[in-house]
Write a protein of this length. Structure first.
Length: 142
């Protein structure tokens, strides 16, 4: 049995998806969760590091407020994968900011994966090195 993958060519919808994701991320980093919410379909399926699940940008903003004094993204690139009725966008770069105690950090790698349908973000998955850095800050070499 052979399977043939359907090839979907990039389109205007594909490039629009990358722009939607970048606008969402910029608003999220202000942080302005209400502006970020303009770019999502509710309920959003948002999975943060450690498998934490959220449905709205205000929830991830509240989580970040506990983990960081402040945090921003240095976005390096967005890679776009066109699909049938959806577009996948990977946004990669590094985080910089301050831990709750005021210690500055930078170069904290991240990968965010987005699913965009009908011009709205429907899913976001977040990975970064913050947990590794917290372990090191606490003298744990694991």
């Amino acid at each position: 049995m052979s399977a043939i993958a359907r090839v979907v060519a990039p389109s205007d919808e594909t490039s629009a998806a990358a722009e939607i994701v970048e606008r969402f991320l910029v608003a999220s980093m202000v942080p302005d969760p209400e502006t970020a919410a303009r770019y999502i379909a509710e309920p959003l399926k948002l999975t943060f590091t450690g498998g934490r699940n959220f449905t709205h940008p205000r929830e991830s903003t509240a989580f970040n407020a506990k983990r960081y004094k402040w945090v921003k993204k240095a976005m390096e690139r967005s890679d776009v994968v066109p699909g049938v009725s959806e577009t996948i966008v990977y946004n990669t770069g590094t985080l910089y900011g301050e831990w709750p105690d005021g210690t500055k950090f930078e170069g904290n790698r991240y990968v965010d994966r987005f699913v965009v349908r009908g011009g709205k973000v429907v899913q976001m998955d977040v990975w970064n090195d913050s947990a590794e850095r917290i372990l090191i800050r606490n003298g744990i070499d694991a």
